[in-house]
Ligand binder design. Structure first.
Ligand SMILES: [Fe+2]
Ligand SMILES: [Fe+2]
Length: 280
């Protein structure tokens, strides 16, 4: 159980301070009872800069956890490794695979982890933990592992493929979330939620046996979501009594507006530099 939890947004699509930089990407610096965890790394253009501005010592990170293998979550890995700390790196094996986004016409865009293969990651980290299973990173801080897709209204949210000619759809089995057990309930941190927000919350509830979710924040990838999916997402937020909902990154303007209209007391923004601190 984590009693002191502080989450600092290091990379996100929006910035509200003159000295901070935004990019299409996501990275959260998580301090949990003194442990230091980085969940995702952005696409690499802003992580180092924002960390310096926010006085976040990247070199002290104990665990780096990757939500999935897309470039906008993994591009800053090189900067974290270059910072020189001793860290364990956690990811799903599928995060290391080739990943493409289908464009209107070829060539299709490569969107996987650039420049770092498994052997480089193994060489440059204390431990590379490549697993599809749930794991506890530090006391009370967990990764979900692979998230079962149990409903018929959520999909990966875009034209994602595993090959350059875009014939083999990418189910993004690597997609996982991080969750923290606190006395107020679970705090769930999403990367892109390609497995679906509802599938993710259902999986966390199954893993923990807890149905009180205090906060959900991160990318919800609802850019292309139709109304039934948006309504099901709102219903799940209500079902889990989510008190705080941070719509970030790839949630999308239309979906964010809808979530805010349905859950106005719960929703909040997560621009770069936001600090969310729970002392419980
Ligand atoms: Fe993303
Ligand atoms: Fe993604």
């Amino acid at each position: 159980m984590v009693r002191d939890l502080k989450i600092t947004v290091l990379a996100e699509n929006t910035a509200r301070r003159a000295d901070l930089l935004a990019e299409h990407g996501l990275a959260f610096w998580i301090e949990a009872d003194g442990h230091r965890i980085l969940f995702d790394t952005g696409q690499g253009k802003v992580l180092r800069h924002n960390a310096d501005c926010l006085q976040v010592p990247l070199e002290t990170v104990e665990c780096v956890a990757i939500s999935h293998g897309h470039f906008d979550h993994t591009g800053g890995l090189k900067d974290v490794l270059d910072a020189g700390g001793q860290m364990d790196l956690y990811l799903h094996p599928a995060a290391l695979g080739e990943k493409y986004h289908q464009e209107k016409s070829p060539p299709h865009r490569s969107i996987g982890i650039a420049d770092l293969d498994e052997s480089a990651l193994r060489r440059r980290t204390r431990n590379l933990v490549c697993t599809d299973q749930p794991v506890e990173l530090t006391d009370g801080v967990h990764l979900t592992g692979e998230i079962p897709r149990r409903n018929d209204f959520e999909d990966t949210g875009g034209p994602f493929y595993r090959d350059a000619s875009c014939t083999e759809p990418d189910p993004l089995l690597d997609d996982q979330a991080l969750y923290v057990e606190t006395p107020a309930g679970l705090v769930v941190v999403l990367g892109c939620a390609h497995a679906g927000v509802v599938n993710t919350l259902d999986h966390v509830a199954r893993l923990t046996g807890r149905r009180q979710v205090h906060a959900v924040l991160g990318g919800m990838h609802l850019v292309r979501a139709a109304m039934p999916r948006l309504d099901a997402t709102v219903a799940a937020m209500k079902r889990y009594n989510v008190e705080k909902i941070g719509t970030a990154h790839c949630t999308g303007m239309r979906a964010s507006v809808y979530l805010w209209s349905q859950l106005p007391e719960q929703c909040f923004e997560c621009p770069v530099g936001s600090v969310f601190h729970w002392q419980l």
